[in-house]
Design a binder for this molecule. Structure first.
Ligand SMILES: Cc1cc2nc3c(=O)[nH]c(=O)nc-3n(C[C@H](O)[C@H](O)[C@H](O)COP(=O)(O)OP(=O)(O)OC[C@H]3O[C@@H](n4cnc5c(N)ncnc54)[C@H](O)[C@@H]3O)c2cc1C
Length: 439
């Protein structure tokens, strides 16, 4: 029987960040992961600037930079009708003044996760890979039994086994509620791949989207993610919808000579933060286990890293007194609800945007107005404050833009047309030209 202060199940970004910050504080922590490492994970591997603060604290930025497959410097969102909104990479002010970089990374998860896990190991965590947790016996201490029959005990358990892990399932009854599904593949021979990462909207995806992330070696990581209930209503499977997506005008020409490398792989995404569990007695849930996937973008790595750090900080407080004060674990849920408070606005906006008419209204206004277009793209990297989309000023502004658009001779006519000569359109044009120069 192995005994530690903290036992972590799962060595993805959430588990590794928790293990690193705990080990740094001298807390006896064991981490188990079922796979032999390095292991891949079905993912886009797109890091946003949102990940940087925790990666900087873990002192792994240089390694990530070295191992990254690709550095992107901007975003393009393609509408169902072939229009485009573009913006450069930005860094949200509260993500710290340190190291301003005008780009971020696409990195395969076998490399990225290995960097993080090794860092946790070096900090002193007892990391055991190839050890699969099978079941948990709740109690104080908690006991986890592995597939090979071993027992691991700990005062505090951190569940980081991702979207479909058995320990999350043990504690969560409605596992699939509020979930999405994504599929991804690697392709070579794709035309017109630039220095930006691209997103595709389409009615067939509801408020899901398709992505195209370059890998820098002539290959791309591409896929789609969409709401599981929406997909069920369409009576299609996710691979079918993806293959149909490749035939759409925005992609057909570019994918004409593309070759699938390996196979398409699908994986669930646990969304629905509001209903997520953060704590159960002395058990804390982090990353996907806590449904911390941003509803508007499907981004999960940043929140996995952040929740891992919050869990570690909370546990560190528990051990500040001579006798551990487990009541302090209640702070974890409070901290998470504060740190991720905009998830609830994002969920509301997602529900609104799942209506194609609303999505089009928003998209067309964004094409027309520089400020709105940049805020819309800011959703992707979380540099926009989502709650402001619900304030009266934004709502009124949207209707003013829509009216101007209708009255303008150019406004509604074509793909991406804007009012020429206005300050906003000039800004937008300059930005687009800057990005076009890069692509
Ligand atoms: C197709 C797809 C594309 C995505 N693209 C992006 C993207 O571009 N950017 C982004 O930010 N997010 C993306 N996401 C979301 C992102 O992958 C997750 O949010 C992120 O991996 C969550 O990290 P985690 O540590 O919580 O879980 P995971 O990364 O899933 O790690 C869980 C770990 O637990 C281990 N484990 C599972 N069961 C057991 C067990 N029984 N015993 C021991 N160990 C176990 C697994 O081996 C794994 O290592 C994507 C998701 C999908 C499905």
């Amino acid at each position: 029987m192995s005994r530690s202060q903290v036992l972590i199940i799962g060595g993805g970004p959430a588990g590794s960040s928790a293990a690193y910050f705990l080990a740094k504080q001298g807390i006896k922590v064991t981490l188990l992961d079922k796979d032999r490492w390095p292991r891949d994970k079905v993912c886009g591997g797109g890091l946003t600037t949102n990940c940087l603060p925790v990666l900087e604290k873990m002192d792994v930025i240089e390694q990530v930079e070295q191992k990254a497959d690709f550095k992107y410097d901007g975003y393009i969102i393609h509408s169902a009708e072939g229009e485009q909104i573009k913006a450069p990479v930005r860094r949200r002010a509260e993500n710290g003044p340190s190291k301003q970089i005008p780009y971020c990374y696409v990195i395969k998860r076998d490399s990225f996760d290995e960097i993080l896990l090794n860092k946790a190991k070096k900090a002193g965590a007892n990391v055991q890979t190839g050890v699969e947790a099978k079941r948990v016996e709740e109690g104080e201490p908690s006991k986890v039994i592995t597939k090979d029959g071993r027992a691991f005990e700990a005062d505090i358990l951190i569940v980081a086994d991702g979207s479909g892990g058995p320990i999350t399932r043990h504690f969560t009854k409605n596992l699939h509620k509020g979930s999405a599904i994504a599929v991804r593949g690697y392709y070579s021979g794709v035309k017109d791949v630039g220095s930006v990462i691209e997103f595709f909207l389409d009615d067939e995806l509801g408020f899901g989207y398709g992505w195209l992330f370059p890998l820098g070696d002539g290959r791309i990581n591409t896929g789609i993610g969409l709401d599981a209930a929406f997909l069920k209503r369409r009576k299609k499977n996710v691979r079918q919808v993806f293959e149909e997506m490749l035939e759409k005008p925005q992609l057909k020409e570019r994918m004409a000579d593309a070759k699938l490398e390996g196979k398409l792989e699908a994986f669930p995404l646990r969304m629905g933060f509001d209903k997520g569990a953060f704590r159960h007695n002395r058990v804390l849930f982090v990353g996907d286990s806590a449904k911390l996937i941003y509803p508007l973008s499907g981004e999960g790595i940043a929140y996995a890293l952040q929740s891992g750090e919050i869990a570690a900080n909370t546990i560190t407080e528990v051990y500040q007194t001579e006798l551990p004060d487990y009541k302090k674990l209640a702070r974890y849920e409070i901290e998470c609800r504060e740190s991720f408070s905009d998830f609830k606005y994002a969920t509301r906006l997602q529900m609104l945007m799942s209506r194609p008419k609303v999505q089009r209204f928003f998209y067309k206004n964004s094409l027309y107005d520089y400020d709105l277009s940049q805020r819309a793209i800011g959703i992707l990297e979380h540099s926009s404050d989502v709650s402001t989309f619900f304030n009266l000023r934004t709502i009124l502004k949207s209707f003013v833009i829509a009216t101007k658009r209708k009255l303008s001779p150019n406004g509604n006519q074509g793909r991406g047309k804007r009012v020429e000569g206005s300050e906003t359109s000039e800004n937008n044009k300059a930005q687009n030209e800057k990005l076009e120069g890069r692509t």
